[in-house]
Design a protein around this ligand. Structure first.
Ligand code: SF4
Ligand code: SF4
Length: 98
């Protein structure tokens, strides 16, 4: 075995945790809105949310977006092929729709 191939590589895994940076919805100027009628429950949005703020409703199987911590990056919208997530503009502070 060569010296190079015997080197053990360690790949850290960083798992997002909601709220580590405070109430991140204060940063946003838009928020996602789920339209279940278009959702195929593919879970792409759940996997790709960088803040882990989308959970799965155990009863219905649909995603649930935690609007308190959602920072409005809209990655969930961009990975949702059926267009079940739409963007709603918000006023500064993130709580109130524009
Ligand atoms: S990515 Fe879109 S279709 Fe897939 S679970 Fe999320 S909202 Fe539903
Ligand atoms: S906009 Fe979507 S992907 Fe971004 S933090 Fe909010 S729920 Fe997660």
């Amino acid at each position: 075995m060569s010296e190079k191939s015997s080197v053990r590589k360690i790949h850290p895994i960083v798992r997002p945790v909601p709220g580590v940076a405070g109430r991140t919805s204060e940063w946003r100027t838009q928020r996602p809105e789920l339209h279940e009628e278009n959702c195929t429950q593919c879970m792409n949005c759940v996997i790709h949310c960088p803040d882990d703020t989308i959970k799965v409703d155990p009863d219905t199987g649909f995603p649930i977006i935690d609007q308190y911590y959602c920072k409005g990056c809209m990655i969930c919208e961009s990975v949702c092929a059926p267009g079940a997530i739409i963007e709603i503009k918000t006023l500064p502070g993130g709580d109130v729709d524009a």
